[in-house]
Design a protein around this ligand. Structure first.
Ligand code: SF4
Length: 218
């Protein structure tokens, strides 16, 4: 994404040493940026492979996520942003991945993720798993919120789905996962259409009956 502000912000993120998680990382994983005013997928924090490669959602989970996105006509970076709430890998004493604490989420998320979202200004956020949902809606239980969309206090629509690693362990939920991604596609198209209707009112243009794909809107 050619954007000076986001490039400058990313330069600041990758040298951040503001909390103790700087000690457990190989590198900071700032995320991948897609188009502004688009779709943003948000996970919790880098794991082992993400920390090594500097890219969010890699390995088997990342592959499943990419397949799910491809099933609804989207491709990471080209069509959407993928970020984590926390930018450095949280580890246990024996160097395994661990779930971030609420204070770690709040500290890094408020320091960097909110700034990224302000610049990207997404129409739709998709939280992957229970941890990023907890960052946005602290009292939320993923079982109650999953597969649905919500209006956040900061004016961006949020859709909740499972982490691909959870689906890899519970493959019987694959049909449900497909339904979630179909729901994400429909919601996203609705949001883009709403935007288009507003701009059509101002300018007027697109021919009726024209088949649209997601990328037509970007
Ligand atoms: S986790 Fe976030 S706040 Fe902590 S050092 Fe990494 S980038 Fe900075």
């Amino acid at each position: 994404m050619a954007n000076d502000e986001i490039a400058k912000l990313t330069e600041d993120i990758v040298i951040c040493e503001a909390c103790h998680l700087k000690d457990s990382r190989t590198q900071v994983v700032p995320g991948l940026y897609g188009p502004k005013n688009g779709l943003c997928i948000i996970g919790e924090a880098p794991g082992y492979h993400e920390d090594k490669q500097g890219i969010p959602f890699v390995g088997r989970s990342g592959k499943l996520l990419d397949n799910m996105l491809s099933g609804i006509g989207l491709e990471r970076k080209k069509d959407l942003s993928i970020l984590n709430v926390i930018k450095c890998r949280p580890t246990t004493a024996d160097n395994n991945n661990r779930t971030p604490t609420n204070s770690e989420l709040k500290f890094c998320g408020e320091r960097w993720l909110f700034k990224q979202l302000k610049l990207l200004s997404p129409k739709l956020i998709v939280t992957i798993g229970s941890i990023p949902l907890r960052f946005f809606i602290p009292s939320a239980a993923v079982t109650k919120y999953v597969g649905k969309s919500y209006d956040t206090d900061f004016g961006i629509k949020l859709f909740v789905t499972y982490h691909p690693a959870y689906i890899l362990r519970n493959y019987n939920l694959m049909d449900v996962y497909n339904e979630h991604f179909e729901g994400i596609k429909n919601l996203y198209l609705d949001l883009l259409n709403q935007n288009e209707i507003i701009s059509e009112k101002k300018k007027s243009v697109k021919g009726q009956g024209e088949q649209k794909s997601l990328t037509d809107f970007m």
